[in-house]
Design a protein around this ligand. Structure first.
Ligand code: IPD
Length: 270
């Protein structure tokens, strides 16, 4: 049972997430120019740079200095157990390939979970000078301004973003799914960072998003920003988001996209 329950404490978790994401974003932004690949992970195109590692180290240090009893799960450094009931879920640089190629579309994502539920989040987009934040039940903000995602549009008017996994087999099936989806929607975007896709729903940069193969750190923080802005976030068979599939859109559009994706096996590798 957690010792932290009140909205006030959630606000403090959010404040810490924002402060640490801002500092981490500054560090990562300084290191973007001239960055090279340090290593690869799940496939030769799934890269990690020395800034992914340095940024995650800074985030872990700052979070644990402020709250030594918390757990941390990070993309690069794995998990550290805690005793407080709070776990931080961290993607130091979401959109690493964009980062490597000098694109501004990468994010620093930090979420706080209490007993497995995401309650506070910060998503910095340093190259655009933006900071998204959210507290469960208290709304989402961008640079202090409250966010409300635009109303649902019909499926054929929807701008839908998606992404592709790093394994060639998975990507081939994802492309097959996309050939079916593209004929039913306004158009498709492949931004290259789940954090930018999901926060983009909150500001109306697209209407819907789906992707197979995300990790919790890809969607935990931006997912809370999206849901607190009125977006429905889910996964396969009407359940919560999972690694098999994340779907996000305003209610009304969500159900139509879900119905389109289900028979296509969007939650499988084909
Ligand atoms: C990736 C990005 C990308 C998505 C991949 C993710 P990373 O995160 O969010 O848009 O398509 O599935 O793994 O590896 O750059 O942190």
């Amino acid at each position: 049972m957690s010792t932290i329950q009140s909205p006030h404490d959630r606000g403090k978790l959010r404040d810490l997430a924002v402060a640490v994401a801002a500092e981490a974003g500054e560090l990562a932004a300084k290191g973007q120019e001239g960055i090279t690949v340090l290593d690869t992970k799940s496939s030769p195109t799934d890269v990690v740079t020395e800034m992914d590692q340095a940024t995650e180290e800074l985030i872990r240090d700052r979070l644990l200095a402020a709250r030594p009893d918390d757990a941390v799960l990070g993309e690069e450094g794995g998990g550290i157990e805690g005793t407080s009931g709070v776990r931080w879920v961290v993607d130091p640089i979401d959109g690493t390939v964009n980062y490597l190629y000098g694109s501004p579309d990468w994010g620093v994502a930090i979420a706080a979970e209490i007993d497995g539920e995401v309650v506070a989040a910060a998503v910095g987009v340093p190259a655009r000078g933006q900071m998204f934040e959210a507290v469960l039940g208290e709304g989402a903000r961008l640079d202090g301004r409250s966010l409300r995602a635009p109303d649902a549009v019909s499926l054929d008017q929807a701008l839908v973003s998606t992404g592709f996994g790093y394994s060639a087999d998975r990507r081939v099936h994802q492309a097959r799914v996309l050939t079916e989806v593209i004929g039913h929607v306004r158009d498709i975007r492949r931004v290259g960072a789940a954090s930018i896709d999901l926060t983009g729903l909150a500001v109306g940069r697209s209407n819907a998003y789906y992707e197979r193969g995300l990790n919790l750190w890809d969607w935990a923080a931006p997912g809370l920003v999206a849901t607190e802005a009125g977006v429905r976030l889910g996964g396969p068979d009407g359940g919560p988001p999972t690694g098999d599939l994340v779907i996000a859109a305003r209610p009304g559009l969500y159900e139509r996209l879900d119905a389109l994706l289900a028979p296509l096996g969007a939650d499988t590798d084909g």
